[in-house]
Design a protein around this ligand. Structure first.
Ligand SMILES: Nc1ncnc2c1ncn2[C@@H]1O[C@H](COP(=O)(O)OP(=O)(O)OP(=O)(O)O)[C@@H](O)[C@H]1O
Length: 465
């Protein structure tokens, strides 16, 4: 059993084609742990309302690399936690911690730590393991981020949405590999200028702070719940549940997203609604038909066109190994023509968002749906933030940050496009990718320039055919 688990875990950790949720699906029991039957295991997940850290876990120290103690009632870790010397990943979400444990720094290989939805008010500077590359502290009560965050120079992904931060320490700039930052749903007074000059940042969410709290935008039709006939559940995201429904007046089938109301790892649902409404119509966006505003029933939502079943996700969310980069199954292969259509559509949507003062914040292949013709829909406004277009300097920097995310998308598209024809086209796209990813902001084109450059590529005969 232990050998099988060990094999499965390694397969998931090191094969970027496997998303993390598959890895985390296996749950073991305290009984199994205490009986010794888990000896040699690499990954352990126990969720049984534990109030005390089970000391038997130390017997797994020779092999244990992933420990998930989420959804328990823990308030502290043992002082000798560092005995888990092979631990790389520790999840402890939905517990009762008030302080981020200092002992996290004692595990020499620990680089992914998640304490989502605890009650953490304080991070002792010693708790920040300098190896961290992915830290999740979403939905806590943090008032302050210690200056020592700057020692975490390997940090790539920092999730701080849903706290009470009023400012950010300027030492965060020292985390020069920071690529993805979530600071939505806090109490920030302003967006620091230095943050927007961090040249590896590509995915940034900052909606719902004191400096940019926005009421719900109401310039689309309000549709009452009794105007719709609900049928199947179509899916569920972090922020809401999507149902299929039929408009009673004309029997047109639509999709309705009913928001759950809680803060997500990307921010508040109302900011997602606002960004989607503000985005307006575009052939690369799912058409928004109206909003549900039924506070007396505790329901807020959006009514959208129903996405045809011929569409599928272009990519899958990052794995534990890939951290900030999407992963792709072996089943997805693009022709140059499809690559071109996707790249142009997304650049065109991103340009429209920019012109309306929106940074999407999550420009990823896993948020893009395509069909076999290359028709492309860009979705998920969960991490989107609105900004003030009158602030020219900020507008420019925010666009350049999103352009870097677009550069990674081009890189992904190239990796799944093995067309050996159209080498000239491929070279052009590679050049565009490199400019979008440049660490020198001034090399990065604007989305408008990207659209123009791509439009010129249509001169190549094979692409237009
Ligand atoms: N307009 C639509 N038509 C048909 N199905 C939809 C529509 N919108 C969403 N869905 C379905 O609902 C699922 C959840 O969508 P949603 O946009 O809430 O979340 P997500 O972007 O997939 O996830 P998350 O927000 O957690 O990143 C989708 O994966 C899709 O299957």
């Amino acid at each position: 059993m232990a050998i099988i688990c060990s094999f499965i875990w390694r397969k998931y950790l090191y094969n970027p084609n496997f998303a993390q949720h598959k890895l985390l699906a296996a749950v073991q029991t305290l009984k199994q742990l205490v009986s010794g039957e888990l000896k040699g295991i690499v990954s352990l997940k126990i969720s049984e309302n534990l109030e005390i850290f089970p000391v038997e876990i130390f017997e797994l120290a020779d092999t244990l690399e992933l420990l998930d103690l989420s959804s328990n009632r823990l308030v502290k870790l043992p002082a000798d936690f560092g005995r888990l010397r092979n631990l790389k990943i520790f999840f402890c979400s939905d517990n009762l911690f008030k302080v981020l444990p200092e002992v996290l720094a004692d595990c020499p290989f620990l680089d992914i730590v998640g304490f989502k939805s605890n009650m953490i008010e304080f991070i002792p500077s010693k708790a920040l393991n300098i190896n961290l590359r992915w830290l999740i502290l979403t939905n806590n009560k943090l008032l302050k981020l210690p200056a020592e965050i700057g020692s975490c120079v390997k940090m790539q992904k920092l999730m701080l949405a849903g706290n009470r931060l009023r400012d950010l320490p300027k030492e965060l700039q020292l985390c020069e590999h920071l690529s993805l930052l979530r600071i939505s749903a806090n109490e920030l007074q302003y967006l620091p200028e230095w943050l927007l000059t961090m040249n590896r940042l590509a995915w940034l969410a900052f909606s719902g702070n004191d400096f940019n709290r926005n009421p719900i935008i109401k310039n689309i039709p309000v549709i009452n719940l009794d105007e719709l006939q609900f049928s199947d559940k179509l899916g569920e995201g972090a922020s809401g549940i999507i149902y299929k429904a039929s408009r009673i007046v004309d029997q047109v089938n639509v999709a309705v997203k009913i928001f759950k109301g809680d803060v997500t790892s990307d921010g508040y649902p109302e900011d997602e609604m606002n960004a989607y409404i503000q985005a307006g119509g575009h052939f690369g966006l799912v058409n928004l038909l109206g909003q549900i505003d039924a506070p007396e029933q505790g329901k807020r939502g959006l009514v959208m066109a129903l996405i045809p079943s011929s569409f599928y996700n272009l990519g899958r969310p990052p794995s534990l190994a890939s951290c900030t980069r999407d992963v792709f199954g072996d089943d997805i292969l693009l022709s140059s023509k499809l690559l071109y259509k996707i790249a142009l559509t997304i650049a065109s949507v991103a340009e429209q968002l920019r012109s309306r003062g929106i940074i999407h914040g999550d420009l990823y292949a896993h948020n893009i749906l395509i069909d076999n013709e290359g028709n492309t829909l860009f979705g998920d406004f969960g991490a989107a933030s609105l900004y003030d277009l009158e602030d020219d300097a900020q507008t420019l920097q925010l666009e350049k940050i999103e352009v870097r995310a677009y550069g990674f998308l081009l890189d992904d598209l190239l990796s799944i496009c093995q067309d050996s024809e159209d080498l000239l086209f491929r070279k052009e796209i590679m050049k565009l990718r490199d400019n979008c990813l440049s660490l020198d902001f001034s090399d990065r084109p604007s989305f408008n320039e990207i659209v123009m450059q791509l439009s010129h590529i249509t001169l190549f005969p094979n692409i237009n055919s």
